[in-house]
Design a protein around this ligand. Structure first.
Ligand code: UD1
Length: 421
């Protein structure tokens, strides 16, 4: 198994190009199931999750071509002339939960779908009950049998009303993709408002979908009979950007992030400012300059509040602050597995009433650590860059799911980071 070895405490500075957003590309790829026309996605990051979803889509009949390959990504041509299978197997879905995003599109285009339940994952139970309830609200019959969601709508989906009892990114995306081809108008309330959802809607509207309320929690979708093809440029990855901002902060240096619209990073930027990181916003780049690191309290919540996907990285940054911070993880019930690993590097973190209490230390010391999930892995990279001596991160396949060209991007700004077998 591959490992990442970081010799920490080196001077870093420079520019980093931000890749396209993983969490935007995955639902956009599933859009291909809704049309027989070509969908060209530009600015796709070179990530393991893209490969995994490509495998799932190919199983349903999608033809996929990688074109214009660049250093950390490519453009992806997807065409699904017809759906050749409506089953997404356990073997494929269990490796990546986002595969459940094929449920809505398969049901919308063919009136049936058999999709494996994804099961729990390291950060929590992560049920898909809201995805299923939204499909039922559109007239689908859904039963669970032998670990599979079996959904049918023999006469097609019908426009309906559904109020999500809790905010879910994936369930909102599935419900949107199911509604665009439904017969009649659908109203979805208490929808997630993440920028990646807006990106999905932008692409669907360009293909002929009728969706109003974009950027709000109430979406109205008037079903159409078919969708056109489209060429769509994927938005930048705000989580990748926020992760590099934490590196600027902890290393007390200046890093400029290119190819990122500052708007989608508003809340994390306000927290970075509270921490004391100087932020300069330009048209499509942002510079972060780390200085003194002040403690802050953070609570994760759906967009536009603080993203759970940056919680671990900010915790690593706060390990080097000049006081005591608290982090309250409100989105996932088990997303603190990086705490024992950060503690191995010398961090002072305790748990009080389910909140993490982080007291800053002057130094961290390198050690072997284990990546437990995607964002937790990045917190170990951030801590490893700051730590004295060598940090070896095991199980880095997690990182390859979400950070395109990580070692190259960091080497270019001066980091001593290597991947070894
Ligand atoms: C997406 C992101 C993930 C991010 C998360 C929250 C993708 C591919 N992944 O995941 O990186 O951390 O949003 O911002 O975009 N829930 C239910 N029932 C459901 C669905 C969700 O109870 O049917 C719960 C989850 O267990 C979790 C909360 O709702 O506690 C939010 O999850 P959700 O927004 O659905 O996350 P994902 O779409 O899986």
């Amino acid at each position: 198994m591959e490992k990442i070895v970081i010799k920490g405490n080196r001077p870093l500075s420079g520019e980093i190009e931000i890749s396209g957003a993983k969490n935007a590309v995955l639902p956009l790829m599933a859009v291909s199931l809704l049309t027989n026309k070509k969908l060209l996605l530009k600015n796709v990051p070179d990530l393991a999750d893209i490969k995994t979803l490509s495998g799932v889509l190919q199983g349903h009949g999608t033809q996929i071509n990688k074109i214009n390959e660049k250093e950390y990504g490519f453009d992806l041509e997807l065409t699904t002339p017809e759906i050749t299978s409506t089953t997404a197997s356990y073997e494929l879905v269990r490796t990546m939960r986002a595969s459940v995003l094929v449920l809505g599109p398969l049901l919308a285009r063919t009136g049936k779908a058999k999709v494996s339940l994804p099961g729990g994952c390291a950060i929590g139970a992560r049920p898909v009950d809201l995805h299923i309830k939204a499909m039922r609200a559109l007239g689908a019959n859904v039963k669970i049998s032998q670990g599979y969601i079996i959904a049918t709508a023999p006469n097609g989906l019908k426009g309906g009303q559904y109020t999500f009892p809790a905010v879910s990114v994936g369930a909102t995306e599935n419900a949107i993709m199911a509604s665009v081809l439904a017969d009649g108008t659908t109203t979805l309330k208490n929808c997630a408002k993440e920028p990646e959802i807006n990106d999905l809607i932008k692409c669907l509207v360009a293909m002929g979908a009728k969706i109003s309320g974009v950027g709000t929690s109430v979406l109205k979708i008037k079903g159409v009979t078919s969708l056109d093809g489209n060429t769509h440029t994927v938005i930048a990855d705000r989580i990748e950007a926020g992760s590099f901002a934490c590196i600027a902060g902890i290393m007390k240096t200046e890093i400029t992030l290119k190819n990122i619209e500052p708007d989608i990073l508003q809340h994390p930027i306000s927290v970075l400012k509270d921490i004391g990181i100087k932020t300069t916003i330009n048209q499509d780049s942002i510079s972060f300059k780390g200085q003194e690191i002040n403690p802050v309290d953070i609570e994760t919540a759906p967009y536009p509040l603080f993203p759970t996907d940056l919680q671990a990285q900010f915790m690593a940054l706060l390990c080097a602050s000049n006081g005591t911070s608290e982090i309250d993880e409100q989105v996932f019930e088990n997303r603190f597995m990086h705490i024992p690993e950060l503690t191995r590097l010398g961090a002072n973190i305790t748990l009080k009433n389910d909140k993490a209490v982080i007291t800053g230390v002057d130094n961290l010391q390198g050690a072997p650590v284990m990546a437990t999930d995607l964002r937790a892995s990045m917190s170990l990279v951030i801590a490893g860059l700051f730590a004295k001596d060598t940090t070896t991160i095991n199980r880095i396949y997690h990182l390859d799911r979400g950070y395109a060209g990580l070692e190259h991007k960091l080497s270019k700004i001066g980091a001593d980071i290597k991947r070894i077998k």
